[in-house]
Design a protein around this ligand. Structure first.
Ligand SMILES: NC(=O)c1ccc[n+]([C@@H]2O[C@H](COP(=O)([O-])OP(=O)(O)OC[C@H]3O[C@@H](n4cnc5c(N)ncnc54)[C@H](OP(=O)(O)O)[C@@H]3O)[C@@H](O)[C@H]2O)c1
Length: 200
C-alpha cells in the first residue's frame, strides 16, 4: 500500500489525515513547529498516522500539501526533487484574515504551486470543500460526497482517483490543470464550496 505524506496539519491537513486514518492508510503528517507539536493530533487520529518533519512527509509515495498560500514558498523550500512522485495541491490562493486573492500574475494557482515542487506530478484535489465537510463521513448525506481533481498526467490522476475512491468519496476528473484547475480554483472557479453528492 502506498504511504502518504501530509505537509500542513491545520484545518485541511488534519481533515485529510482523518479521512486517511479512518481507512487505516499509513501517513506522516508535518507542520512548521515540528513533530512534538503534533503529538496530541496523531494520538487522536490513530495508529496509522505518525508525526514527522516536513522532509519525512515529503519523502512518502504521495504527498499532499495544505499550507496557507503565503507560507508555501517557505514550507516547500529546500525539499529534494520529487522525482516523478505525485504531489496533491490542496491549496487555494487566498487566506485569513483579509481573504484578499493572492497576486498570481495571470497564472492559475496550481501552475504557481507546481513551480515550488520540482520533479513532482501535481494533481489538484481536496481543495474545493470546506475542511469540516472533508472531515465528515463521505457517505453522511446519503450518497458519496464528490471531490474534483485535475492534472496534466493521466496516470497520476488515476492514482489520486483511486485514493479518493478508497476514502469513500466519488472523484470527478476535471481534465488538465488549464481547465480543471480553473474550475476548482478558489476564488474564481465555479466549483469551490459546492457540497455535491453522487447518489446511487
Ligand atoms: N480551511 C478550509 O476549509 C480550506 C478549504 C480548502 C482549501 N484550503 C486550503 O488549504 C491550505 C491550508 O489551509 P488550512 O485552512 O488548513 O490552514 P491552517 O489551518 O492555517 O493550517 C496551515 C498549516 O500549514 C502549516 N505550515 C505553515 N507554514 C509551514 C511551514 N513552513 N512548514 C510546514 N508547515 C507549515 C501550519 O503549521 P504550524 O501551525 O505549525 O505553523 C499549519 O499546520 C490553504 O492553502 C487553504 O487555502 C483550506
Amino acid at each position: 500500500m502506498q504511504t502518504i505524506g501530509i505537509i500542513g496539519a491545520g484545518a485541511i491537513g488534519s481533515a485529510f489525515a482523518k479521512a486517511i486514518a479512518n481507512k487505516g492508510i499509513r501517513a506522516v503528517i508535518a507542520n512548521s513547529r515540528g513533530p512534538e507539536s503534533l503529538k496530541e493530533l496523531v494520538r487522536e487520529l490513530g495508529p496509522s498516522i505518525k508525526a514527522g518533519t516536513k522532509e519525512e512527509a515529503a519523502a512518502q509515495d504521495i504527498v499532499l500539501v495544505a499550507v496557507n498560500w503565503s507560507k508555501l514558498p517557505r514550507a516547500l523550500a529546500g525539499l529534494p526533487d520529487f522525482k516523478g512522485r505525485i504531489v496533491i495541491d490542496a491549496n487555494n490562493p487566498i487566506e485569513a484574515p483579509l481573504f484578499k486573492p493572492a497576486e498570481l500574475h495571470g497564472r492559475l494557482s496550481t501552475e504557481v504551486f507546481s513551480d515550488m515542487v520540482p520533479g513532482a506530478r501535481v494533481v489538484k484535489a481536496f481543495n474545493h470543500l470546506q475542511a469540516e465537510l472533508l472531515a465528515q463521513d463521505p457517505s453522511s448525506d446519503g450518497g458519496k460526497r464528490i471531490l474534483f481533481y485535475s492534472g496534466d498526467h493521466d496516470q497520476s490522476k488515476a492514482v489520486v482517483n483511486g485514493l479518493i475512491d478508497q476514502l469513500g468519496f466519488f472523484g470527478i476528473d476535471l481534465g488538465p490543470v488549464s481547465i480543471g484547475g480553473k474550475l476548482a480554483q478558489f476564488p474564481g472557479g465555479s466549483l469551490p464550496a459546492l457540497n455535491l453528492v453522487k447518489m446511487g
